[in-house]
Design a protein around this ligand. Sequence first.
Ligand code: PHE
Length: 422
Amino acid sequence: MSLRLSLVRAAAGIRLTAGLLGASYPRDDHTNITGAVLAKVGSDLHQQPNHPICIMATLMRDHFGPLYTYHDALSPVVSPAANFDSLGFEKDHPGRSLSDSYYINKDTMMRTHTSAHQVELLQKGHRNFLVVADVYRRDEIDSTHYPVFHQVEGVRVFDRGNVEAVDSSNLASGPPNASADNPRQACYTTVDSEAVEWHLKASLEGMVRSIFAAAQQAQGIATTQESELKMRWVDGYFPFTSPSYELEVWYEGKWMEVLGCGVIQQHILEQANLHNSVGWAFGIGLERLAMAFFRIPDIRLFWSQDPRFLGQFSAGKVTHFEPFSRYPSCTKDVSFWLPEAKDGEEGFHPNDLFELVRDVAGDLVEDVKLTDSFVHPKTKRESHCYRITYRSMDRNVTNEEINVLQDQVRQLAPERLDVQLR
Ligand code: PHE
């Protein structure tokens, strides 16, 4: 791990391998991608027929059928223009920051969502399409967060005045609702706005019913209960849709947020010269649903090469994961003083520590939690203590082996994060 990282860091440019066609990119002051994350590029879990991630994506693909072109091999390396600007993200949107996103350099980044391909595919002439892809975000470390995960994006475009009518009698929701806070776009007639909102709701409720039916089959629940799945629509906000919604499903005693969606902002269609069109888009994360459907307790398992994991799943079937024995964990604390805030700099962000730990320990890190923080009454400096839980998914780790990793964390933290160990 550290060897690969030092090779990447030592080079004047970043060389991306395998799936990224061996392209080379110059480093600059935006570069924050790490070796541990680069190593995941090209894994393409969503293309392996017997992998739970691909099984989930295929359920959605089969539901939508051949009317929607299917794109599962678009490069994860995109421009901030594609990932943010083309979609109308504000200049100061937090998603753009170095603490939230992985940059290769200031003009090149890892896509943070499949929406990065909306404009590109519309410009290529696609009207109805699905994108399945790996997406990258800097985030916390625990059993449900991983720097790489997968999304499916869906887009459907109609000519104005010609939105396909849907049978709304079966829908969980009442009539489409928009409000001052979640407005319709003034450029559309009320008839088009309502029709596209109905079509969106019917299409996405239909998709969610059919994928949850597959999960219920795995639990041995008769699919006749499919229509009883409880769903609700809540207002959402995305810079690239209006009105925007989230769809939630009542699942195992809780409301579970399943997808984000909305009516495509006209400025996006305009970029593809679609001046007389109206459409909807949605995005859905695959890991959380797959963890629920397949009963997978830790998100790292999706990346396991262990045949005891991979051998349990087969294409087209949702089956419950049979855990193999859980190996013991090893816990270590690290405490430090944060750097003093400097004007115009982003300063310390917990994601910086999470990244460093991932880079040193790879998939041996299970969880990192802030356990204590305080401000020194005299110096006003802030101290953080983090508890790092190490555990392997497939073997026993020794205390000596973890001490080596923890020493590396302690050595690199002052160098890279400008913190002072306590
Ligand atoms: N890209 C959004 C996300 O990652 C989801 C989304 C897609 C919302 C399409 C609306 C339309 O959260």
